[in-house]
Design a protein around this ligand. Sequence first.
Ligand code: ADP
Ligand code: ZN
Length: 610
Amino acid sequence: MTGSPLDVLRSVFGFESFRGHQAEVIGHMVGGGDALVLMPTGGGKSLCFQIPALCRDGVAIVVSPLIALMQDQVEALRQLGVRAAALNSMLGPGEAVEIERRMRGGELDLVYVAPERLAADGFLTQLERCRLALFAVDEAHCVSQWGHDFRPEYLQIARLFERFPGVPRIALTATADGPTQRDIVERLNLGRARVFVSGFDRPNIRYRVEPKRSSARTQLLAFLEAEHGGAKGGDAGIVYCLSRGKTEEIADWLRRQGFNALPYHAGLDKRVRAAHQDRFLKEDGIVMVATIAFGMGIDKPDVRFVAHLDLPKSMESYYQETGRAGRDGLPSNAWMAYGLEDVAKLRHFMDASTAPERQKQIERQKLDALLGYCETSRCRRQVLLEYFGDSLPESCGNCDTCLEPVETYDGTVDAQKVLSCVYRTQEMFGAAHVIDVLLGGDTERIRKFHHQRLSTHGIGKDRTRDEWRSIARQLVAMGLLVVDVEGHGGLRLGSECRAVLRGERSVALRRDTGFARLRKPDRDKSAAKGKPHALETAEDEALFQALRARRLELARQQGVPPYVIFHDTTLAAIARERPKSIQALSGLPGVGQAKLERYGADFLQVVASA
Ligand code: ADP
Ligand code: ZN
């Protein structure tokens, strides 16, 4: 296959134009240069090596860490009519030999290789006999010990590069801070590589964070109903939880609410885990309730939401986990509920770990940064991007604080009530008990410690429990209260709280609209978010669903994920435009030559019978 990169983009992939740095990177690679590409998830990294692979002579060798991911990409390429194969441990004995033969014979454009394979001498010798177009290293942060996913086998890549110094190489990753980036350059010997850094912004993701009320799962349900049409909406998503037990519990509960939910965690039987992952990829509308064991290498483009029922460890984890939403560029949600208990739990884990003190300190700071993000009254995207050294000059208009600006009020008196209650209960109790006292409760504990006699008993009856919780959390985020983790989450007074108690300093608190926020979903105003593909009429929507059903049938017949046939974006365009001919269909995004031949008639028929 030859032609200019733009021709290939249009005829093979069916896309009109390059995005971001793609054109530059591809031009550089086609010209034989080396490159390091940092691009956010969904930015379109794959094309950066796939198109040069097609434009240059010979076979491109792509190192990729996960077999599932590899199979997926190879399948997607085959659907496009590209000659691709994967060399990994899943192959039968004869199959690897056959792939190697085709490599030598110039019958393949791209070969995906598991890093273990590189260690085998035989393999490098095989490569000597091939014409090589380029080397690509996907998920390049795996080579760095500073990265969050170090894989020792990745160190083998350096050997490969030494052996073939003249072959252009490209390393790609979505997450690399400064040290990781330098490590990649050093370990992969990319000193001569041009570095392409794209912004970290994911404009199609809408960020929302709300404080946990008495039932976080009810909040989750309210969110899913308001934003994703509930169980009937059929949107695929991921719900992250901290513990294995909780993933199972929440998955069960969601199933009882009518969702197609599955659990995923490292404690599940290997086959069950693989089967759940497979269903997530191949069926529409699965909600995966998972620990962080799930996600690395999940390339599913149409994940419509990522929900956190527990706090992630850091801003990096949050960015990476939420980044799995909306790779196809369509509107998607990142939603999180967080509470003080989460913070205490995470801090406790960190303290109990056997990691060196310095590392624990770093982890605590990372958690604090995340909390600052949760409690901010600024645009969330700005806070997020600034954390990664990126910036956004204006507020984004697509996060909760932009959409429903956080109002603040003079909360000095409220703060004083909490602080003095903590003081009078001798800085020994957690937020729950302090709030019981404020509310004038009559619990066993209150009686046991004679807290009904305190002057602060019952002085907070003007507010609800949820409101007091939020206030306590904000005081923690401001450092006016300190959560004592050794003391099992007891609240202590921070060093600056005297000024507040004496009335010398005022405290602005957010009037936490988080409690009211999702109560009345406004489906009309939010049509574009409830239905990410934004179809205007009921007829279009019905056609879209019919196209989806046909796609699922075609996918089932071949045992491939539906999105390798067409993305939702393409189906939505078909539903809107209603093409009557192959010619008309070929003009729509994501419809390349091979797919046109393969599926054109099928989908035209669905349109015709609508
Ligand atoms: P990454 O690996 O960076 O997360 P992918 O390479 O998987 O991203 O691409 C993300 C999505 O964007 C894919 O569905 C891909 O088909 C689509 N895409 C990539 N480049 C373009 C483009 N130039 N025009 C339209 N869609 C694109
Ligand atoms: Zn914003």
